[in-house]
Design a protein. Structure first.
Length: 105
C-alpha cells in the first residue's frame, strides 16, 4: 500500500497539483486527501476516484509481466522506441503494448 501512496503523491506533484487542488478535482477535503497520502488505507472506490483526478488509470498487472510493463513505461524504453518491430513494422511508440500480453496476432 505504501508504494501506491507514493505513486499517487508523485503523480500529483508531476501534475503540479497541491493537496488542496484534489478537493476541487475529486470532492474530498484537503485534510482527507492529506491523510490518504500520508498513511491512509483508502477504499478501492476512493483510489479509483483519486486516479481519475490525477488523469491516471489503475491496472492489475501480473507479476511475471511487471518488468515488461515498467520497461515500456520507462524513459529509456521511450527513447529507444525508434527501433522497428519486424513483425508489424510499427515502432514501439506506435504500439507500446505490442506482444506484452502474449497476443500473437
Amino acid at each position: 500500500m505504501r508504494s501506491l501512496l507514493k505513486q499517487i503523491k508523485k503523480r500529483r506533484l508531476e501534475l503540479s497539483l497541491k493537496q488542496h487542488d484534489m478537493m476541487l478535482r475529486i470532492g474530498i477535503s484537503r485534510q482527507q486527501y492529506q491523510r490518504l497520502e500520508a498513511k491512509g488505507n483508502p477504499r478501492l472506490d476512493t483510489i479509483e476516484l483519486v486516479a481519475k483526478g490525477l488523469k491516471s488509470e489503475l491496472l492489475l498487472i501480473p507479476q511475471e509481466k511487471l518488468s515488461a510493463v515498467l520497461d515500456v513505461l520507462s524513459e529509456d524504453s521511450l527513447n529507444s522506441s525508434k527501433k522497428q518491430n519486424p513483425k508489424t513494422d510499427k515502432t514501439l511508440s506506435d504500439d507500446p503494448w505490442q506482444d506484452l500480453l502474449g497476443d500473437d496476432e
